[in-house]
Design a protein around this ligand. Structure first.
Ligand code: TXA
Ligand code: MG
Length: 346
C-alpha cells in the first residue's frame, strides 16, 4: 500500500504549483506545501485552522539541504543528523536570512527534518529535482501533521481523507504510505541557543529519547527553558480526540473505572496494557501493546477508533514514568488536558 511513482510525480508537480499535498512520514502524515512560497504555506494555516504564529517544520530530502534554510549551523546539528536522519527527529536552528519568516511563525529560528519514509523521501527528492530544473536551490516541504489544529495526528491516509474531506474532494493529492511506523510526532530538539548558552533543549519527546540525543552529543539535554522558542505541540492541550479522556494516574485502574461508573451514566472505553479482571457491560476494554514503540504506533488510530464507538469517556491507564515512555506519556497527558477546564489550544 504505497503511492506509485506517477502519483508521487503528480504530487511533486502540485507542490511546484503552490498546492497542498498530504503525504506519509514514518511519524505521522503531513500536510505539505512549498516551504519557499509564502502563499503556499498560508494554505496550510487556513486548511488546518492554525494560528499563523505557530511555526511549521521544513522537510528536506537530505541533511545537507538544511544549509539553504538555516544559518550558523552548529557541529552538534551535523552529529545529530548523522545519527538520526533520515528519521523522526526535528531540529530547531537559526533561520537563514533569505528564508521568509512566515514558515517559522515569525520566529528567528526554523524547524528542519529529513524523514525516512520511502514515499516522503521520493516526494522530497522529486520536488528538489523539479526545483533545480527551475533554477531554484531551496527545495523543502513545509508540513505540519495533517489534522485540524489541536486534533489527533493522522497515522493512515484514510485519517487524512476524513479530516480534510473537502480538500480531497477538490483534488488535493493524498499519497498512500500505509500505517505510520512510529505513530507519534517527531522528537523536537532546540539547538538554536547552543552557541550562546551551550544548552540543548527537548521541546517535544518522541521515539528518539532525550537520552539518545544526550548520548550522541555528550551533554545534558534540558526540558523547555525560558529561551526556548514557542511550540504549538507543547501547548498543554493538544492531540485531543473528541471523546473526553482522563488518565488514571494512581496505579489503581479498577478503582478509577468503578468511580467513573458510580458517578456517570453511559459507557466508558478503558485503554490499558493488561486485561482487567473487572468486567461490566458499560466498559469497553481497549488493549494496548506492552512496549513503548508498539504503543505509540497504535495510539492515535486507537483514539480515532474510540471516537467512533460512541462511548461517553475514555480512561487511559498511565504508562511507566521512564524515558522510553516519555513520548506516549506526553501525548496521553495532552489528550487529557484538552478536557481540563480552560487549557484548550487558542
Ligand atoms: O513528526 C512530525 O514532526 C510531523 C511530520 C509531518 O513531520 N510534523 C509535525 O508538525 O508534527 P506539527 O506542525 O504538527 O508540529 C511541529 C511542531 C510544532 O509544535 C511547532 O510549533 C514546532 O514543531 N516548530 C516548528 N518550527 C519551529 C520553530 N522554528 N521553533 C519552535 N518550534 C517549532
Ligand atoms: Mg500537529
Amino acid at each position: 500500500m504505497q503511492a506509485t511513482e506517477s502519483e508521487i510525480e503528480y504530487a511533486a508537480l502540485a507542490l511546484m504549483q503552490g498546492e497542498l499535498v498530504a503525504f506519509p512520514t514514518e511519524t505521522v502524515y503531513g500536510l505539505g506545501a512549498d516551504a519557499a512560497s509564502t502563499t503556499a504555506v498560508e494554505k496550510i494555516y487556513s486548511a488546518k485552522g492554525r494560528p499563523s504564529n505557530h511555526p511549521v517544520i521544513v522537510h528536506v530530502a537530505k541533511a545537507e539541504d538544511i544549509e539553504h534554510w538555516c544559518r550558523d549551523i552548529p557541529s552538534q546539528a551535523w552529529l545529530l543528523a548523522q545519527a538520526f536522519w533520515p528519521g523522526p527527529l526535528t531540529m530547531i536552528l537559526k533561520r537563514h536570512h533569505d528564508v521568509d519568516a512566515s514558515v517559522s511563525g515569525g520566529q528567528d529560528t526554523i524547524g528542519v527534518r529529513c524523514p525516512s519514509h520511502p514515499v516522503a523521501h521520493a516526494l522530497l527528492t522529486k520536488f528538489a529535482h523539479l526545483k533545480a530544473a527551475a533554477g531554484q536551490v531551496r527545495a523543502g516541504v513545509a508540513a505540519p501533521s495533517a489534522n485540524r489544529f489541536g486534533r489527533v495526528s493522522p497515522t493512515q491516509a484514510d485519517h487524512v481523507c476524513r479530516e480534510f474531506a473537502e480538500l480531497v474532494r477538490t483534488g488535493m493529492p493524498v499519497l498512500e504510505g500505509g500505517d505510520s511506523e512510529v505513530g507519534i510526532e517527531s522528537t523536537i530538539v532546540d539547538l538554536s541557543n547552543i552557541q550562546n548558552s551551550g544548552t540543548v533543549a527537548l521541546l517535544r519527546p518522541g521515539a528518539i529519547s532525550s537520552d539518545d540525543v544526550a548520548a550522541v552529543l555528550g551533554c545534558d539535554v534540558t526540558g523547555q527553558t525560558a529561551q526556548s522558542p514557542r511550540v504549538s505541540g507543547s501547548l498543554k492541550a493538544h492531540y485531543a480526540p473528541t471523546t473526553p479522556v482522563t488518565v488514571c494516574d494512581d496505579g489503581n485502574l479498577q478503582a478509577c473505572v468503578r468511580r467513573w461508573l458510580d458517578t456517570n451514566n453511559g459507557s466508558v472505553a478503558v485503554v490499558c496494557r493488561q486485561d482487567m479482571v473487572f468486567k461490566s457491560d458499560r466498559v469497553q476494554q481497549v488493549l494496548m501493546p506492552e512496549t513503548p514503540a508498539a504503543y505509540a504506533r497504535a495510539l492515535y488510530a486507537t483514539l480515532r477508533r474510540i471516537d467512533d464507538l460512541g462511548v461517553a469517556a475514555v480512561i487511559a491507564e498511565q504508562v511507566p514514568n521512564e524515558v522510553v515512555w516519555a513520548g506516549v506519556r506526553d501525548r496521553l497527558s495532552r489528550a487529557a488536558a484538552a478536557f481540563e477546564g480552560d487549557s484548550s489550544p487558542s
